[in-house]
Design a protein around this ligand. Structure first.
Ligand code: G4P
Length: 511
């Protein structure tokens, strides 16, 4: 176990992601949280790294600002609950908050899914005029799968919009989780104010509010922290990030109730944050921030113990000791070199191509953390070289971008051609742009009719062998050399599933 001062460091950490549909107000809310933490002093300081339209030109604009988006990848700040907040008992803890940024654009949903593996809780932001949108529902599915505790912030209540009771119903139904209000919306539009529904109720309630609160008491369960921590109950806040209403209540409630760093499951065993031995996994790689230098940052979430600068750690996949002279942490928008970091923190390690997503660093133990999801691609294209003089550059670029987790690469066993699988069209544009600008390579895309990539597995070696021979024209290998069945239609897939009962078809590479 760690010495108690280090345990205190871990206990005061709150690492979470804010997830939402683009435009729901994630950037505005993040900024207000940073203002409360004293991490920034003026609104408008956080540049959003979101991509509003599916156009390359927008993305290129974003590319120019990558420095900014790296800095906003993790925003750390210290926060102490407001004295005299009668909702909470006196609490002098100085909490350390790490907000992990997630890309808003749905074509980068995979990045968001991966970021969710590195957080201990999440805030779901909903635009109260629009309600729960598809993308939010999908992200919430990942939270449910991982049992991530979530809080819901019903934003933009300063606008005329849906009734709070309808919003509660919709959240329960669409997010698939029990909800209970912590603050409530009194009025709408300009009349709107956020009031505590749980306790600390104002004395002179309006008749309408009195009535609302009676219904709330009757219909919704009291907040139960255990149920929240299990991922069964979401506390709901009504507010306006823009008008800074309900934000402090959310933050105070979060530091008091959201979990400090949680245990993480490795294939070998469960890893507890308080163990004295350091362990961490890589959930994100940000490559080539400066095209003149091949500078990458690999983001590691620390699962246990304490990370020290200039100390040798064990890179499990490479079976190699490595140390880091310039690890960075992120305070608000600034990137700073740090000497130490604790379980719950994210450290950025300068990388020259040593790391892949999912890599583990430890103090010597062979550990493999589970659950970094790799989602089944939905769009496929052949990638061809458009400049024969630059084949090497193209291969290198494609390999590095795949290590970064931008998309997935398959090689057809039939004709040896490379196939790129993505979750959206924008990713193809981004790959092409980055190959050109970072690797001086040119690519062409060739359409490919494909339904699903399935990783196949079976205890019946003979059946597997027959399958691979019969379906040779549909077989490919992924980057790890595993067999993948590329079904070109739902029909082909369902026939294969029917005919080969002893083969399991997995739709993600993580199984
Ligand atoms: P995102 O990161 O989730 O994509 O959303 P973002 O914070 O950028 O907010 C999207 C738009 O919604 C912004 O307006 C923002 O000002 C507005 N907004 C956020 N919170 C609230 C709120 O509580 N009430 C109201 N009325 N509006 C809110 P924009 O016009 O796109 O940008 P801007 O010109 O305001 O920067």
């Amino acid at each position: 176990m760690l010495p108690s001062a280090d345990q205190q460091e871990i206990l005061r950490r709150r690492t979470f992601a804010i997830i939402s549909h683009p435009d729901a107000g994630k950037t505005t809310l993040t900024e207000k949280l940073l203002l409360y933490g004293g991490a920034i002093h003026v609104a408008g300081a956080v540049k959003s790294n979101k991509i509003r339209k599916t156009a390359t030109s927008d993305w290129m604009e974003i590319e120019k600002q990558r420095g900014i988006s790296v800095a906003t990848s993790v925003m750390g700040f210290d926060y102490r609950r407001v004295a005299g907040d009668s909702h909470a008992q006196q609490d002098n803890t100085i909490y350390h908050i790490n907000i992990l940024d997630t890309p808003g654009h749905q074509d980068f949903a995979e990045d968001t899914f991966r970021t969710l593996t590195a957080v201990d809780s999440a805030i779901v932001v909903i635009d109260s005029a629009k309600g729960v949108e598809t993308q939010t529902r999908r992200l919430m599915e990942v939270c449910r799968m991982r049992k991530t505790p979530v809080m819901v912030f019903m934003n933009k209540m300063d606008r005329e919009g849906k009734d709070p009771f309808d919003l509660m119903d919709e959240a329960e139904k669409e997010l698939g989780i029990h909800c209970t209000p912590v603050t409530w919306a009194n009025g709408q539009g300009l009349k709107f104010e956020s009031v505590f529904a749980l306790n600390n109720r104002p004395k002179d309630l309006s008749a309408k509010l009195q009535e609302d609160l009676e219904i709330i008491d009757e219909v919704y369960p009291a907040f139960d922290r255990e149920a929240y921590l299990r991922g069964d109950l979401a506390p709901v806040f009504f507010g306006s990030a823009y008008k800074t209403v309900g934000v402090q209540e959310l933050l105070d409630f979060l530091v008091a109730n959201a979990p400090s760093p949680l245990p993480v499951t490795a294939e070998e065993r469960n890893v507890e944050p308080m163990e004295d031995k350091f362990t961490a996994f890589c959930f994100k790689i940000h490559a080539n921030m400066d095209p003149n230098h091949r500078s990458c940052i690999a983001f590691f979430k620390i699962c246990s113990g304490k990370f020290l600068r200039n100390t040798y750690y064990y890179h499990v996949r490479k079976d190699q000791q490595m140390r880091f002279a310039a690890p960075t942490c992120f305070m608000a928008q600034k990137k700073e070199t740090v000497d130490e970091a604790f379980a719950g923190d994210v450290v950025g390690l300068p990388d020259t191509g040593n790391f892949k997503i999912g890599d583990t660093l430890t103090a010597g133990e062979k550990l493999h953390f589970k659950g970094l999801p790799s989602f089944s691609p939905e769009m496929f294209k052949y990638i061809d070289n458009a400049d024969p003089m630059k084949q090497k550059q193209l291969d290198k670029g494609v390999n590095q971008l795949m290590d970064e987790g931008v998309a997935q690469l398959f090689v057809s066993q039939l004709n040896g051609r490379k196939i790129i699988g993505t979750v959206g069209q924008l990713q193809f544009e981004v790959i092409q742009y980055r190959l050109e600008h970072e690797y001086q390579a040119k690519c062409k895309w060739q359409p490919l009719q494909m339904y699903k990539a399935c990783w196949i597995e079976s205890n019946d070696a003979a059946e597997l062998d027959t399958f691979k021979k019969r379906k040779a024209q549909y077989m490919a290998t992924d980057k790890e050399g595993r067999d993948v069945f590329m079904a070109d239609s739902a029909y082909v897939l369902s026939m294969a599933q029917q005919d080969y009962k002893h083969i399991t078809f997995h739709f993600t590479s993580e199984f």
